[in-house]
Design a protein around this ligand. Structure first.
Ligand SMILES: [Zn+2]
Ligand SMILES: [Zn+2]
Length: 250
């Protein structure tokens, strides 16, 4: 877990989960966590959505990896997220168009769009993408290597389809779920498509998850103390907050 916070401060990095050194889910903490050699071994970056805290290292990694990879780093992004990356980041103004550099034929990154709701293959993984509730097109994932699967909610408010897929997954080993704002900011959480401890409890009630641990992430650092307090009061079984640097084998 390279980053699991909803904001960046010393000791807090934004969302970024590294799977087996080759695949990264979201790009909020790649360049702050990995060496140049480790970055060059990442073949795929899978994005939940286009918000800055999730995509911010894609342009920095592209710059660092110029001339260091034989094949492009593939950035898997939903249709709208891919368009945002092209139009708003790699537009030659905010950042050079690294999808055509150093040459059009042999670029350092490739942005590969997927349609939300589709299942895609990335290396040895199967990824089911599921639309969730957020102000921009956003997806959660069910990531499986055929033996074990994990669910990653992405940024979302209360949602349905994602939990249906989770409940249908027989090999589910863990759930990574967002929780951003304390209960006192319920209105802001609802407006911005995020969960509070209160709405999280409602979401978890939709899941058949006997024995499946739930790891929470995307806490806004400014509200961390209140978030932890609200969560403790709920005394939810098998639920804990992710810490940067946590490592798991599923
Ligand atoms: Zn977001
Ligand atoms: Zn976010």
């Amino acid at each position: 877990m390279l980053g699991c916070s909803g904001g960046e401060l010393p000791g807090h990095r934004t969302t970024c989960f590294l799977v087996d050194g080759r695949l990264a889910v979201d790009a909020g903490a790649l360049t702050a966590s990995l060496s140049l050699g480790q970055l060059a071994r990442v073949d795929d970056v899978l994005l939940t959505h286009s918000h800055f805290d999730h995509v911010k290292d894609v342009p920095l990694v592209a710059d660092l990896l110029m001339g260091r990879r034989r094949r492009p780093l593939v950035v898997h992004a939903s249709t709208e997220c891919a368009a945002t990356l092209r139009e708003s980041i790699f537009n030659g103004r905010l950042w050079p168009d690294f999808t055509r550099l150093p040459t059009r034929r042999d670029p350092v990154i490739e942005i590969r769009p997927f349609t939300p709701g589709r299942t895609i293959a990335i290396g040895r993984y199967t990824v089911r993408t599921v639309p969730v509730e957020h102000p921009v097109e956003s997806v959660g994932f069910l990531l499986s290597d055929g033996r074990a699967a994990i669910g990653i909610s992405g940024d979302t408010g209360p949602t349905r389809a994602f939990w249906r897929r989770v409940n249908a997954e027989e090999r589910l080993r863990a759930l990574l779920v967002e929780m951003s704002f304390p209960d006192a900011l319920q209105g802001l959480a609802d407006l911005s498509g995020h969960l509070t401890p209160r709405t999280l409890a409602g979401e978890l009630a939709k899941v058949n998850r006997e024995g499946v641990p739930v790891y929470l992430y995307h806490l806004k650092p400014a509200y961390e103390a209140a978030l932890r307090r609200d969560l403790r009061k709920l005394a939810l079984d098998g639920v804990r907050i992710l810490e940067m640097g946590d490592a798991f084998r599923f």
